[in-house]
Design a protein around this ligand. Sequence first.
Ligand SMILES: [Zn+2]
Length: 493
Amino acid sequence: MMAARRLTTMFAALALISVIGCAPSEGAVAPASRASDGGSATSPGQAGSASPGSRLDRSDTTGAPGIGDPAFPLDGNGGYDVGHYTLKLSYDPASKLLAGSAAIQAKAVQNLSRFDLDLHGFTVSRVTVGGSEAGFAREGDELVVTAPKMIAKDAPFTVTVDYSGVPDPVRNSSNLGTYGFIPTTDGAFVTSEPNGAKTWFPSNDHPADKATYDFEITVPEGVTAIANGEQAAPPKTSGGRTTFVWREKHPMASYLATMTTGKFDVRTGTSPGGIPVYAATDPKYRDALDLLYTKSAEITDYWTTVFGPYPFSSTGGVIDDFNAGYALENQTKPIYGGFAPDSGIIAHELAHQWFGDSLTIKRWQDLWLNEGFATYAEWLWSEHTGGATAEQMFRTAYADKNNTMWTYPPGKPQPGDLFNDAVYTRGALALHALRQKIGDTAFFDLIKKWAATYKYGNVTTDEFVAMAEQTSGKELRPLFDAWLFQPTRPALN
Ligand SMILES: [Zn+2]
């Protein structure tokens, strides 16, 4: 993610939008409604006729309503682990109606009689578990599913959800303005960090539960639908509608999934290093298509020499005309919202393919592992292309004594201000301070080893610090403590 305030094309005002509560605290769950039994599901959206306390009354076979992230207590869910999503969706830009079916293959991690999915808005018409009708109810952004029979711990199961409605993106968030599924005049701009996947499909909407994805997206003829990974079949048109089939075969966090749609010019090919490339631009940015394609290819190739092998099967980028004022590192296809990116921004988003997408944080508080690395990558790209060196960038940023980042410890960001500049710049400074301390050889060995060891997995700050100490043979906790966890400007060694 590169947010508004970091783009020169942006208005700083976006960053100052007042705080809307992000996630209710655990005690603040809305009065529970009854999850109905068997096929007699309460009518969708009207499940609020409360028999009090299904939350208070949970048994030990009820999956938790949150996955356990202290900063976002209701994000994700407990009780199961998703392996694969199959999303068959149709979208009509004229009516803004999204309709379809999600099949979610998961494994129970406890005995499970009832569990939640995250879903915001929509009318749910049917839920099945293992092919049998399941009961369901809505409680805020939780879709509570009652299994037709107990699912045993460790058993695989498939839950399907049929749903439709006009998507309602997250608006005016203190973090990022608007995100999730955002209807545009010719389609939709879909960027879901941190928890906007629930605005377009039922999911375990937290980066701690990664899964693979199949997308089958039907749109009016003439509209292009762009999702993650690669096209598994050529688009098929019949009756004035075209279906695009995309597959992301590598594990992906829900916030990195996309189904961006609209009028697009597309260029495909292969990078000089042999990586397939898909670049697309809204007609308004047609002039930027070749540069987007060429730079995305060149930079992906370059990062393989710095970070190690590219973790996915294709790279690229999308420029849409929705004026989001940010870019997001959607897996295999970073998206740029309402601007043609310069190569520094492309370098940032493509560095995320390693740091954020392949290696994904387990909790949002470790976001500096994404943004500090991607910001540091901008500095490395600048140095590589003859601009300011990383050392010069470090000195300039460090010299700015009155910068507010010194009072904001990036290792413990506030949930309402997750994307604070400190997480980016101080995160990058922490990495450069580490590089100064352990030397270039150990530093770049560490970065490659970090990317290889945790490829496709989840990571924490503690794991990075441990690997840095082990790789360098140096005691590094005081350094990380000063740069990441203290509300003061660290002394230089
Ligand atoms: Zn970023």
